[in-house]
Design a protein around this ligand. Structure first.
Ligand SMILES: [Fe+2]
Ligand SMILES: [Fe+2]
Length: 589
């Protein structure tokens, strides 16, 4: 909703626009609205005069119009100049002439107390009316000082100040002035008028690269500490010129992760306002946009203590701090003094109060996490859905935490199969050590090698279809054969394993000609791991001994045993196993 400001006084217009913009209201001047209304101020009170001006502007523009009528009330002069402040001395006097006339009237008077009074009236096109008042107490000086403000400002010294109104900065003046107060209480009136309670909105920015449980705890602390109705999470854009490390998530991925992180936290929204911007974003713009979308709301900008102590240097700090109150997230007493000193400075300079939110969240940063992830650490700091997403896409060079990976693999298995998979991991690791194969890849392959074993033919078919696999589909009864193929596809799709690991899973049942050392190890470990002893497989002791003395001999023996076993059970051995054996030894059993 746009409001027209019903005044032709340039000084008043500037002040009202500044204050109203700071309150998140969009305004136009009478000139911008294409009107030139000058109302005769015939009212006996400030509020009457303000109403006359607002009604006229509203009628002329069709927009809700806000007008102020204000004046100086001097006790010793029986309330004069009051509603006649502008026409004091009979009218026609310049600003300087007006206050000179006042000083002359007060010449020799001891009693100099006075107050500025402002009445704000807003008239809506449907005839409804809202009003608010503000006062600023002070005294009339003996002579004019200062060049700021307008009207009687150079001769009015607000209570508690050693300077006149004209010696204050615009921000200082707005913080204490009658008009500032009236406009702020007008905002409250507007909110009640709108039927809503006072919305308290927090803004929490960050790179969220990646979002972790500390961020979630922080959001909850802020919501509770500031009694927020809504917390808007704003993942920052990363400037396009900045070097983006390999494996870093795209902006969309970061947004997706942030949305996952806060999906379960009530009354939070994740905004893409900064992340989707093509250029550098400044907090002042983000805060202004959010304020504009929530007219009348109290907006809090949440900042960590390090950032808080630099607020003064942020772009357009004065505007920023008018749009939003700072809320500093403090970890504790160590920094309390610094924060307190800084908040006093902000108060003096910008008239803003700082809220302090006690930050009880765990002491971990995203950059620390990024360093942990490639070392298979940090899973405990990230919610499962995000960790799974990071692993699936191998963001930040992350490698899965072993316990996490086992948990994911085992929950897909029949409980009776878990000891076999655990045994296979152990055996494969021994073999990898013996034959100088990468132990991490070996472990990933061993843990995941049977992950789709429980699936039925339909489920295998679904997985094959989803991944665009072009080969055969399982028929009734031969689905067992497919668990190697679907296991490889799922390991890649869900856990982002390397091609080498996927291939080792793919060939662990049948073998193939020209296997890599990793593929051989998974094939053999699957055969000889300790729980196989219970199965009474003929020749397994020989195979186990060979596995540690000659890998290829062991592999050939494994193929022979597999072919023999299949034949004994009346199943046609896999063609690939024959080829694999022939490739190794030339034999065709
Ligand atoms: Fe298997
Ligand atoms: Fe297996």
């Amino acid at each position: 909703m746009k409001f027209v400001i019903a005044t032709n006084n340039a000084g008043k217009l500037r002040e009202m626009r500044e204050i109203l913009a700071g309150l998140g209201l969009e305004t136009v001047s009478q000139a911008e609205a294409g009107i030139d209304v000058e109302v005769e101020e015939t009212g006996a009170t400030f509020i009457e005069n303000a109403t006359l001006k607002a009604e006229a502007a509203c009628k002329a523009t069709g927009l809700p119009a806000i007008a102020d009528d204000s004046g100086l009330v001097v006790e010793a002069l029986g309330g004069a100049p009051g509603v006649h402040s502008k026409r004091y001395g009979g009218g026609g006097l310049s600003e300087g002439g007006l206050y000179a006339y006042l000083l002359q009237k007060m010449n020799g008077l001891e009693q100099r107390s006075a107050k500025f009074v402002s009445s704000i009236v807003c008239v809506f096109p449907d005839g409804r009316l809202l009003s608010a008042e503000g006062e600023c107490a002070g005294a009339i000086t003996g002579s004019p000082r200062g060049s700021g403000g307008f009207g009687y400002d150079p001769v009015f010294q607000p209570e508690g100040s050693s300077r006149t109104m004209a010696e204050l900065s615009p921000a200082e003046k707005n913080a204490i002035s009658h008009r500032g107060k009236a406009l702020r209480s007008f905002k409250e009136a507007l909110r009640i008028f709108n039927g809503g309670k006072i919305m308290r909105i927090g803004i929490l920015g960050g790179t969220f690269n990646p979002p972790h449980t500390g961020h979630i705890g922080l959001a909850k602390d802020a919501m509770a500490g500031l009694a927020l109705d809504r917390l808007i999470i704003v993942p920052a854009g990363i400037p396009p010129h900045k070097d983006i490390p390999k494996n870093a998530p795209s902006a969309e991925m970061r947004l997706h992760m942030t949305r996952m992180a806060f999906a379960e936290v009530p009354n939070t929204d994740v905004s893409d306002i900064e992340i989707m911007a093509s250029d550098v974003c400044y907090s002042v713009d983000t805060v202004a946009a959010i304020s504009a979308g929530n007219p009348g709301a109290s907006v809090y900008l949440l900042v960590g203590s390090d950032m808080y102590l630099t607020l003064d240097t942020w772009k357009d700090a004065e505007i920023l701090l008018r749009e939003a109150k700072p809320a500093v997230l403090s970890r504790g007493d160590d920094e309390a003094r610094k924060i307190s000193e800084y908040s006093h400075m902000l108060k003096a300079r910008y008239g803003v109060d700082t809220e302090i939110v006690r930050n009880t969240f765990i002491d971990i940063s995203s950059s620390e996490l990024r360093a942990m992830l490639p070392k298979r650490e940090g899973a405990g700091y990230i919610i499962d859905a995000i960790y799974a997403y990071i692993i699936k896409n191998r963001l930040y060079g992350a490698k899965p935490d072993w316990d996490w990976l086992r948990g994911k693999a085992y929950e897909m298995l029949k409980p009776s199969r878990i000891p076999h998979v655990a045994g296979c991991e152990k055996e494969a690791l021994e073999l990898a050590k013996k034959w100088g194969v990468d132990s991490d890849e070996t472990r990933e392959a061993a843990i995941l090698h049977d992950m789709t074993k429980k699936l039925n033919a339909d489920e295998h078919t679904k997985l094959l279809d989803e991944s665009g696999y072009r080969g055969d589909r399982p028929g009734l009864g031969d689905e067992k054969l497919f668990h190697s193929i679907t296991g490889a596809l799922a390991a890649r799709e869900r856990f982002g394993v390397s091609d080498e690991v996927a291939e080792a899973i793919k060939w662990h049942t049948t073998g193939k000609p020209g296997m890599s050392a990793l593929e051989k190890i998974i094939y053999i470990a699957d055969y000889i791991e300790p729980t196989r002893d219970d199965e009474g497989i003929e020749g397994i002791d020989e195979l186990r001994a060979l596995a540690y003395s000659d890998l290829d001999e062991a592999l050939a023996l494994g193929f022979r045993m597999s072919i023999r076993d299949m034949r004994e059970r009346g199943i046609e051995p896999n063609r690939t196993t024959y080829d694999a054996l022939a490739y190794l030894t030339g034999e065709t059993p």
